[in-house]
Design a protein around this ligand. Structure first.
Ligand SMILES: *Cc1c(COP(=O)(O)O)cnc(C)c1O
Length: 689
């Protein structure tokens, strides 16, 4: 297993340090050439990296977060303008002609060009992205080439009079071509594309393109061709390779690093001013200013210390693991999706059932992970669940396996959702709403919950004549396929025969069936291969079975979810003392008890302690005691040394050598894992690993 870490967030810190290097020239006292390479070549990856991360995450949400992103960027810019107001006034930024250009294009201090450039660049990139990736990349690539000719290739490009007058024109409006028009869109869109060449190719590509870019830079430098040194021909190539390696290694996030890198970016010029002033006052100029390396280190150190202090003093969000949380093992989810897909016959695709917040796992992270490993069809229970997935950037087919009122037909269409027809009247009403909708016909083959009776071919054929129904699928649901009892197996056989009979009738009479599907998880585990287009798999994707009942086919499926909570307080009861509501627990001996911060409002069954529920602490099983409260639970930790506030209790999942399985807990409480997991509440944060 490859080691993964929050590579993107770690690299933000490195990129911030490189920006500091650009502005402090650490090696200038050692070797001007070495300094040129470090600050004018290598460090030029920093800003494109920031742009690519932004593009990557904006595109992940289909650019829907753009206005929030722009608002945040403008706020940061406003804060930076205020911070540097004295310096800007001193430099005369706001006086004379050109102040508006400096405010809106070049930035009010040398490093602040980034903010107006990003705002313009994001607007351009989003507009280009709408034209499709090839066009977007071609146009932004062409813009970059224009910019290149006004940047490090200026001396060569401006030999031609047309170019010279072009660039003279450009420089009347922008001090550099490294701006929101020529420079920013390409990197945003390369980030948005999220290219993933094989890691070995990407690593080779990094080495080769960095060498080529270095050669390019030294050549242009020797020709005295550089007007500026932000743009190189090989920089986009290097960035694509570097970024793909970072994506490959990326897992989880470190939000604090983002804040720290942003603060370093904004404040380091202030630190430079302060260190220069401080050095003059204390007579340490030779140490802190003239020694370039020490100067750069001092600036980096002070900026980083300031940024850390600020981010710790003013934390932005509560920690996700402060109270109680759902921890998702996304590699297990990917593994399960792969395993399930590979057991399905060719031509049958996995439809990820992510209703009820992905059975309590968090619909968005689950659907995104499935989408990233090739799943192109999803099932939800209602309209709002489908819309939430679209808003999170989920593409492909999203089937609502539940009722949607016909009045909502316009929303189905707007969000490109596929609706099941729950009975003939529903189908007629949907069509009557007057908006074309994509639908799958639900057939009732014996469950008698939803669906048109499978043998009512007249009613089914009538729906094919409905003007606004775009019939893209026919399916049914099995109700006892989890049982291997002979009578249940016979019933399932009957359901299957009814289903395929109707499918055959439709085909024979020229009614296109679209996607045909009948298996859910237990259909995959207990039936021979079906020649269908989809298997709608829910619980098996999450790596658990509904119950302990035997199955025909055991697949290597791994639990995705762990449930954990913090110990908040530990105390000792004397023999005879009681704990919790109703004094339901009575200590028979001196007893050490711990309170943990999770309760029935988080979705735990209230009777869990009385049904033998346990938690893992330090890898050891400890019984839950007393009445489960709304937000707290009590655990008997007698005999377990050293339990203290802040420790992590595991309610589902592994810790140390111990494991608590969702199947066992569900059985203890007389239910199935589907219920146990899907009840896990929204107050539980989701942490992905
Ligand atoms: C919930 C549901 C599924 C998924 O069932 P699992 O047993 O969790 O795989 C499939 N189809 C329909 C119609 C459902 O309602």
């Amino acid at each position: 297993m490859k080691r993964r870490y929050a590579a993107l967030d770690w690299f933000r810190l490195a990129a911030a340090a490189l920006v500091v290097a650009i502005h402090t020239s650490p090696l200038s006292g050692v070797s001007p050439l070495a300094d040129f390479w470090l600050t004018r070549v290598l460090a030029r990856v920093a800003v494109p990296f920031f742009l690519m991360v932004s593009g990557y995450f904006l595109a992940k949400q289909n650019w829907r977060g753009t206005s929030r992103f722009l608002r945040k960027t403008l706020l940061l810019y406003a804060a930076a303008i205020l911070l540097y107001l004295p310096a800007s006034l001193y430099n005369g930024v706001f006086s004379g002609v050109g102040w508006l250009r400096r405010l809106l294009v070049d930035g009010t201090l040398y490093h602040l060009w980034y903010f107006p450039a990003v705002v313009l660049g994001v607007l351009i990139a989003r507009a280009l992205a709408r034209l499709g990736q090839p066009t977007a990349l071609t146009v932004s690539g062409a813009l970059y080439l224009v910019g290149l000719g006004g940047d490090s290739w200026y001396g060569i490009a401006s030999q031609l009079p047309v170019f010279r007058s072009l660039y003279d024109g450009i420089f009347r409006y922008s001090a550099y071509t490294r701006n929101g028009l020529f420079y920013v869109p390409l990197f945003l869109l390369l980030g948005a594309a999220g290219f993933r060449p094989k890691p070995q190719y990407a690593a080779c590509g990094c080495a080769l393109s960095l060498s080529a870019m270095s050669a390019e830079a030294f050549l242009l430098r020797s020709l005295n061709a550089q007007r500026h040194d932000s743009m190189y021909l090989f920089l986009p190539v290097l960035m694509v390779c570097l970024f793909s390696l970072l994506l490959e290694a990326n897992q989880g996030e470190k939000p604090r690093f983002r804040a720290i890198s942003t603060i370093i970016y904004i404040t380091h010029p202030m630190v430079i001013i302060l260190i220069r002033g401080g050095a003059k006052l204390t007579g340490l100029e030779s140490l802190l200013i003239e020694n370039s390396l020490l100067h750069a280190c001092a600036v980096l150190f002070v900026s980083a210390a300031f940024a850390c202090a600020l981010s710790f003093l003013f934390p932005r969000k509560p920690r996700a693991d402060a109270r109680a949380w759902r921890e998702l093992d996304l590699s297990a989810l990917r593994h399960n999706a792969g395993t399930l897909q590979s057991t399905l016959p060719a031509g049958c695709a996995l439809m990820g059932v992510v209703k009820a917040d992905a059975y309590g796992h968090g619909a968005v992270p689950v659907a995104r992970t499935l989408q990233a490993c090739g799943v192109r069809a999803f099932a939800v229970a209602c309209l709002s669940e489908g819309i939430a997935l679209r808003k999170a950037g989920i593409r492909g087919e999203i089937l609502i396996v539940g009722y949607t009122p016909p009045e909502e037909a316009a929303l189905l269409r707007r969000w490109r959702l596929t609706q099941m027809v729950v009975d003939a009247a529903h189908g007629q009403a949907l069509s009557g709403a007057g908006v074309p909708v994509r639908i799958h016909l639900g057939l009732d083959t014996g469950m008698h919950r939803l669906g048109i009776p499978a043998d009512d071919v007249d009613a089914i054929a009538a729906l094919y004549r409905c003007k606004n129904l775009r019939i893209r699928g026919v399916f049914s649901h099995l109700c006892v396929v989890d049982s291997l009892a002979p009578s249940d197996v016979a019933f399932t056989g009957q359901q299957l025969r009814r289903f395929y009979k109707t499918v055959a009738w439709l085909r024979a009479h020229g009614y296109p069936t679209g996607k045909v599907h009948i298996q859910a998880s237990y259909g995959v585990l207990n039936l021979p291969a079906q020649s269908c287009d989809y298997a709608r798999v829910g619980i098996a994707l999450y790596g658990v079975r509904s119950s302990g009942s035997p199955v025909r086919r055991t697949l290597d499926l791994r639990p995705v979810l762990s449930l954990r909570a913090r110990v908040t307080s530990v105390r000792t009861l004397a023999a005879g003392e009681c704990a919790g509501y109703d004094r339901a627990f009575r200590a028979g001996r001196p007893t050490r008890i711990a309170a943990i911060s999770i309760g029935y409002a988080d979705g735990l069954p209230r009777e869990l302690p009385q049904r033998g529920g346990c938690v893992l602490l330090h890898g050891q099983k400890c019984p839950l005691i007393g009445r489960l409260c709304m937000d707290q639970a009590l655990v008997d930790v007698t005999g377990l040394e050293g339990v203290c506030a802040g420790d992590i209790a595991t309610l589902i999942g592994s810790d140390g050598g111990g494991t608590l399985r969702a199947e066992d807990i569900a059985a203890q409480c007389g239910t199935i894992t589907n219920e146990l997991l899907s009840r896990l509440g929204g107050r539980l944060t989701v942490i992905t690993r």
